[in-house]
Design a protein around this ligand. Sequence first.
Ligand SMILES: [Zn+2]
Length: 249
Amino acid sequence: MDDQALLRYSRQIMLEQIDIDGQERLLASHALVVGAGGLGSPVALYLAAAGLGRLTLADADEVELSNLQRQIAHATADLGRNKAESAREAALALNPACTIQAITAHLDGASLAQAVAEADVVLDCTDRFSSRYAINAACRAARVPLVSGAAIRFSGQLAVFDARDPDSPCYACLYPPDDSGDEALSCAESGVVAPLVGLIGSFQALEAIKLVSGAGTPHRGLSTFDGLSGQWRHFGVPRDPACPVCAAY
Ligand SMILES: [Zn+2]
């Protein structure tokens, strides 16, 4: 790190749990962010600002007027642009030293497997069950830790699934694929209050920074937040020995 980098990241470097070594690990790390919407916006901005060396942002959608209420990486002038491109530009404005690739196609199958395998950590910022299961399976196969977030209406949740840890459950242990819960509803159908995606996305970015810098211990279990009461709840999530995804590993 040169003097400018030491100054830019000084408030993290002064944390004994991160220090110079942890910041160097952040700068050498590569995060894959799938989805550049409500969750992906704060994730991309915070990871770039915090000094993640390399980000890959994937989103096939275009910025729409109804997104701007909460997807803070996109501005009014970005209407109609691809979300991954728009978020890349916003993150680069914060930190031009970050290497950022925008993937404007929907990640699936081989393209998803390749993008996951190239990353040190994956952040699931999508809002569809099908995407969540595909990302979870790819992370499990490549043994890359997954930070999963979700937000709808006034409720949010966060979980970390670390395939490198033999005791860690996976997303399918928590939500068996035949189970269709509340989360299957999209923000377009159900609505979401603006800062909730910022809260959960920031939580995801924090866990990713911890995973790659080595600070603290990764989040365990499932945390849920009810914005109407302001209450967090925490649940243990056991690994399912019959899980269709991770029992094979
Ligand atoms: Zn599992």
